[in-house]
Design a protein around this ligand. Structure first.
Ligand SMILES: Nc1ncnc2c1ncn2[C@@H]1O[C@H](COP(=O)(O)OP(=O)(O)OP(=O)(O)O)[C@@H](O)[C@H]1O
Ligand SMILES: [Mg+2]
Length: 249
């Protein structure tokens, strides 16, 4: 479904991703694990077409430049030259790290903003119902301003908003970061439900190895911009160097 080949991203002279390749099959949940600054977010942003966006923005300022090399295919089509909007229209949705809602808008309006690719009012309503079933807490707080939500609720809103568009592939960036164990468990179950029951294919970036490994079928390990290993949780944990050096377990 998704095929990333030899992707390299450079901001000025700093190489952030080097020769990164990975693939995700339809119906899989694939983990992308690695420590702070490894390049997980950059890889998800590259898939979502946001490096192209950076390039346009930076070119405008003439202060720095960004280079993108490599190819990204989705359902057999090249998507690496599309805008972020073009990528979203293909059915790929990035669920950003730390949520980032529109703070001055209500929870419900944030969700509706996520539905901009829905074709009809009925579809929007169905998506909203589905998100509220998944996250009753968002329903309870639908009128509250998103900027006043707790960290956990904000994360739920980010996942909910990404689902509104009914994506085929969701790129979920560290949903568990900064959450208390109980909320983390709850979010874990919701991500599992999205993948198993709603049938959404997921590429999940996580620093929390146990969170990713408990959900994923396969994983890629990223370190300093390189994908240094791939395999099932069991395979990766069996390799002592990977376990100690890269997974810190
Ligand atoms: N726009 C940018 N300009 C310059 N450097 C950048 C830019 N975006 C990211 N980087 C750098 O790229 C490296 C990788 O960052 P990235 O956010 O992809 O890591 P990450 O694996 O997601 O880390 P974390 O787990 O902390 O979220 C970091 O050193 C970061 O400072
Ligand atoms: Mg990140």
């Amino acid at each position: 479904m998704l095929e990333v080949k030899n992707v390299r991203v450079k901001y000025d002279t700093a190489t952030i991703l080097d020769d990164a390749s990975l693939n995700v099959e339809k119906g899989e949940l694939v983990g992308l694990v690695g420590p702070n600054g490894a390049g997980k977010t950059t890889l998800l942003r590259a898939i979502a077409g946001l490096i192209n966006w950076d390039r346009e923005v930076l070119r405008g300022t003439r202060k720095s430049d960004v280079t993108f090399e490599g190819t990204i295919e989705f359902e057999g089509e090249r998507i690496d030259r599309l805008s972020a909007f073009g990528v979203a229209k293909k059915g790929i949705q990035l669920c950003p790290q730390m949520g980032r809602p529109f703070p001055e808008m209500s929870v419900k309006d944030n969700l509706l903003a996520g539905a901009y690719l829905c074709k009809s009012r009925k579809e929007v309503q169905q998506s909203l119902t589905r998100v509220y079933e998944l996250f009753p807490r968002l329903k309870e707080r639908e009128k509250q301003l998103a900027g006043t939500l707790s960290g956990g609720e904000r994360q739920m809103l980010a996942v909910g908003r990404s689902l509104m568009r009914r994506p085929k592939l969701m790129l979920v960036d560290e949903p568990s970061s900064g959450l208390a164990p109980k909320i983390k468990d709850d979010l874990f179950k919701r991500v599992e439900e999205i993948y198993k029951e709603l049938g959404v294919t997921i590429l999940l970036a996580e620093q929390d190895i146990s969170f990713a490994f408990a959900l994923s079928k396969r994983n890629y390990v990223v370190s300093r911009g390189h994908i240094i290993a791939q395999g099932t949780a069991q395979e990766l944990l069996k390799d002592e160097t990977i376990r100690k050096t890269y997974l810190g377990m």
